[in-house]
Design a protein around this ligand. Structure first.
Ligand code: MTE
Ligand code: MO
Length: 421
């Protein structure tokens, strides 16, 4: 397309905000904005129809201007990186943008050397090598993975920042097609003894991350995963083998899995007592809060985007539930008074993220937009007040309440929860 044929919107839409130049609908990030600015400047490039293009390459790369990032700007030394949700489309997270959370770094493990011991209350304790595991019938499933710390700690009733991106807030969430062998297949191979009711899963990283998981759960739908989005797991995701518990808090999906012990009780490991428990308002503690409750986030428009003009805009976001399928996502564009059903993009898979979209007309006023998800069990994503009432304010785990974005008269979008509490 030549400069003359550009839609009128793209030239007219430039506005300058405190955070720099921000453009119309195509732009989610500062990098996008800079790229579009560059495109607007006439450049002495050759007509691509007049010269042969680049030849093939060993591995594909992103267009030079497309450089999404996992690390937040201020983040250098950290034990987690976050998926840039506002930059993504559909539901699958490109593997190199999958969030990371490791308690003691990423170990270097050779595929051929790795072993999984399965023992405890079993008839035949066994050691599996990767080649052994790969001979069992293989399954692939599209499922989300979310850290139970996602969305927590960013704010409290007394501290409500407004300049928060959806990546900083909720980027400990990713969705992949996971491939592996069902845990049930391997447990049938070793023969679970009567009376067994839990397993212990242990990683071979320096944290020796260890979690207890109910036997019913792992027999139902857990995977010994060795594949991610069509290729082998990435080291950051647990190469060569991880446990993957669909719909459960991310911490239970033990990476670099080296041992499964079948037990008749939870083991109460350090990782499930000192952490991953939720202190409640009444002084008691919620332990083994394993299933991720239904949640949704609007990824567009979100901070630091600015709507350049009033008119029709498509709100877009993700919804998911650890209990099964999402059945409904509603959007409010008036701070939660009126709710309208958003369109859901199929296929709607259980324990996967689902893309939702809702067209709304922004009339140029101060506007608070929210979303709320309902899952197939009838569970409705709560308001932050409901969550605080039920759980108190002493835990930052499992913060699945409704998020809000505020669109100011200038079009600038900020985190808007503070407007509602
Ligand atoms: N062995 C091991 N497994 C682990 C962890 C770890 O530090 N070591 N981190 C856990 C946490 S807290 C989460 S949220 C998920 C993150 O998985 P990811 O890094 O593939 O996104 O892995 C879990 N499994
Ligand atoms: Mo986590």
């Amino acid at each position: 397309m030549s400069g003359n044929e550009r839609p009128k919107l793209s030239r007219r839409a430039w506005i300058t905000t405190a955070s720099g130049v921000v453009a119309a609908g195509l732009v989610h990030t500062q990098a996008d904005a800079m790229r579009l600015v560059a495109e607007e400047i006439p450049q002495q490039t050759q007509d691509p129809t007049r010269v042969p293009g680049r030849i093939v390459s060993e591995l594909g790369t992103r267009a030079p201007a497309e450089q999404p990032r996992r690390l937040l700007r201020a983040q250098t030394l950290s034990s987690s990186s976050r998926t840039p949700l506002a930059d993504l489309m559909g539901v699958i997270t490109p593997s190199d943008l999958h969030f990371e959370r490791h308690h003691a770094g990423v170990p270097d493990i050779a595929f051929g050397d790795h072993e999984l011991l399965v023992h405890g209350m079993v008839e035949r304790p066994m050691v599996f090598r990767m080649a052994d595991l790969m001979r069992y019938p293989q399954v692939s499933r599209i499922r989300f993975l979310e850290c139970s710390g996602n969305g927590g700690g960013v704010y409290s009733r007394t501290r409500m920042p407004t300049e928060v991106t959806v990546q900083a807030m909720d980027g400990l969430l990713s969705t992949s097609e996971w491939t592996g062998v069902p845990v049930s297949t391997i447990l049938r191979e070793v023969g679970v003894r009567p009376g067994a009711s839990w397993i212990l899963a242990e990683g071979s990283d320096a944290a020796v991350m260890s979690r207890s998981i109910p036997l019913d759960k792992v027999m139902d739908d857990s995977l010994l995963a060795y594949g991610q989005n069509g290729e082998r797991l990435r080291p950051e995701q647990g190469y060569p083998l991880r446990l993957f518990n669909p719909g459960y808090e991310g911490n239970t999906s033990v990476k670099w899995l080296r041992r499964i012990e079948v037990t008749d009780r939870p083991t109460h490991t350090r990782d499930e007592t000192s952490k991953y428990t939720d202190p409640l308002g009444d002084g008691t503690v919620r332990q083994f809060s394993l299933t991720m409750d239904a949640k949704s986030v609007i990824t567009f428009p979100s901070y630091p985007f600015a709507l350049p003009e009033r008119g029709w805009w498509e709100a877009r976001g993700l919804a998911w539930s650890g209990r099964g399928r999402i059945t409904r996502v509603e959007v409010s564009t008036d701070g939660g008074r009126r709710w309208v059903d958003a369109a859901l993009q199929g296929p709607i898979l259980a324990k996967s993220t689902v893309r939702f979209r809702h067209l709304f007309e922004w009339q140029g006023d101060d506007t608070i937009i929210l979303s709320r998800a309902t899952d197939e069990t009838g569970y409705v994503q709560p308001t932050v007040q409901q969550l605080w009432e039920a759980r108190g304010e002493r835990t930052s785990y499992h913060q699945n309440h409704q998020r809000a974005w505020k669109i100011a008269r200038t079009g600038e979008v900020t985190f808007g929860l503070g407007e509602l509490v």
